[in-house]
Design a binder for this molecule. Structure first.
Ligand SMILES: [Zn+2]
Length: 363
C-alpha cells in the first residue's frame, strides 16, 4: 500500500480561508496542536476562525518534541474531550506529532505548515524523538494527511532561518535517493528520483533569491516554499519506502544524540550530514563529482547562512568522545547508512568527520 499525497491540498495566499468549508465538513470538534511561541498568533487566528464556524475547537501545545510523552498526553486530551480530528499547525515536529496521534486514534489529520522548513505537512511519515530531541525512529503511517493547507500568508510570517533549513532538507532528496535507489527497477521510483533532481536544480537556482526575499523576486519565494513543503513531499509519496534516505539523514540522526544548549533545525543538521555524505562518496566510492557538489552546495549554504560543520552546530567532535558517539549511532542496526551501495565502516565516518572538522577554517 502506498499513500502518495494528502487527499485535498489548498495552496496560495488565501488557502486557509478556502479550506474552511472543507474542514467544517470533515470535523465538528477539532483539536489544534502547536508548539512555538512565534506561531501563537496564527494558532489563535485558526482557533477563532474555527469557533466562528460553530466548531467545538480546542487548542493545545507540545511541551517538548514529537516524543512519546507529548503524544500520550495529547491523546488523553483528545479522548477525554471527544475530539474528532487533529489540526496540526506548526513546523515538522508539530506536524509529525499530529499525524501520528490522529492515526493512532483513527481520526483525520489536517496539516497546516506554518513554515517551509519541512515537507512533513505532506508525508505519511513521523519521526519520533526523545523529549530532549534525540532521534529514536521513523514511523511509516498508513496514509498522508486528509487535508493539507499550505497558506503562503502564514508561511511568510516564519523566520527566514526556517526556509534555509527547508531548502537544505529538500536538497538532500536528490543526493540521498539518487545514490540509494538509482538501481531499483521501478518506474515510479526512477521518476521520483528525476523529480528530486529538478527540485535540486530549482533550489540551487532560486534558493538564494527566495531566502533574500526581495519583492521583485516574489515568484522565486513562492516556488521555493512550495518546492520545500510540497514537491519534496511528492518525491517521498511517489518513491515510497524504496526512495530512501541515506548517510545525510543517518548522520543527522546521530548528531541529535548529543544534547546541546542551542537547538538546531532538522534541515540545518541534515545539510551538514549531506556534506559529510558527499565526502564519504568521494573517499569510498571514488565519486569525482562529489567534490564539485560540495563546492556548489557550500556557495548556497553560505548564502543561506546555514551551518556547514558540526562545530557550527555547537558540538566539538574532538571532546567527550563525541566523534565515536556520532559514528556509533550512524552505524547502528537499521541505520540508513546501510543503504549506501558501497562498503563503508565506522572508521571511515570517523576519518571523514575528523578531516572535515579540521578543515573547517578552509571551507
Ligand atoms: Zn529530512
Amino acid at each position: 500500500m502506498q499513500s502518495i499525497s494528502p487527499e485535498i491540498i489548498f495552496r496560495g495566499n488565501d488557502a486557509w480561508e478556502r479550506a474552511l468549508p472543507q474542514i467544517t465538513n470533515l470535523t465538528k470538534s477539532p483539536l489544534i496542536l502547536g508548539r512555538s511561541t512565534y506561531t501563537y498568533d496564527l494558532r489563535n487566528k485558526i482557533f477563532r476562525d474555527l469557533k466562528d464556524q460553530d466548531l467545538n475547537a480546542n487548542i493545545t501545545n507540545l511541551h517538548f518534541d514529537c516524543c512519546y510523552e507529548d503524544i500520550s498526553r495529547v491523546k488523553n486530551i483528545i479522548k477525554s474531550n471527544n475530539h474528532d480530528s487533529v489540526i496540526a499547525a506548526g513546523g515538522g515536529k508539530v506536524l509529525d506529532s499530529g499525524k501520528y496521534i490522529a492515526e493512532s486514534l483513527n481520526i483525520p489529520c489536517v496539516t497546516v505548515p506554518l513554515s517551509a522548513s519541512t515537507c512533513a505537512g505532506w508525508t505519511a511519515l513521523s519521526n519520533i524523538y526523545t523529549k530532549n530531541g534525540q532521534f529514536i525512529k521513523d514511523v511509516a503511517l498508513r496514509s498522508c494527511p486528509k487535508i493539507l493547507v499550505y497558506d503562503h500568508k502564514f508561511i511568510r510570517t516564519a523566520p527566514s532561518r526556517t526556509l534555509a533549513s527547508g531548502i537544505a532538507d529538500a536538497l538532500a532528496k536528490w543526493y540521498e535517493s539518487s545514490i540509494t535507489s538509482s538501481s531499483i527497477d521501478d518506474g515510479l521510483v526512477q521518476q521520483a528520483i528525476q523529480i528530486s533532481r529538478v527540485l535540486r536544480d530549482q533550489l540551487l537556482i532560486d534558493g538564494g533569491k527566495a531566502f533574500n526575499n526581495d519583492s521583485a523576486n516574489n515568484s522565486s519565494w513562492r516556488n521555493i516554499i512550495e518546492a520545500c513543503g510540497l514537491t519534496a513531499g511528492l518525491v517521498g509519496g511517489i518513491g515510497g519506502e524504496r526512495c530512501r534516505t541515506a548517510a545525510a539523514h543517518a548522520i543527522h540522526n546521530a548528531i541529535t544524540q548529543i544534547i546541546t544548549p542551542n537547538k538546531f533545525l532538522h534541515g540545518e543538521i541534515v545539510g551538514v550530514g549531506l556534506l559529510l555524505q558527499l565526502r564519504l562518496e568521494e573517499m569510498k566510492n571514488k565519486n569525482k563529482l562529489a567534490d564539485q557538489s560540495i563546492k556548489q552546495l557550500l556557495i548556497l549554504m553560505k548564502e543561506l547562512n546555514l551551518p556547514t560543520t558540526i562545530a557550527q552546530l555547537g558540538i566539538n567532535v574532538f571532546e567527550n568522545q563525541n566523534i565515536d558517539k556520532i559514528a556509533d549511532f550512524t552505524f547502528r542496526d537499521n541505520s540508513e547508512i546501510h543503504f549506501l551501495p558501497f562498503e563503508v565502516c565506522k572508521q571511515d565516518i570517523i576519518k571523514v568527520i575528523a578531516n572535515f572538522e579540521q578543515q573547517k577554517i578552509k571551507l
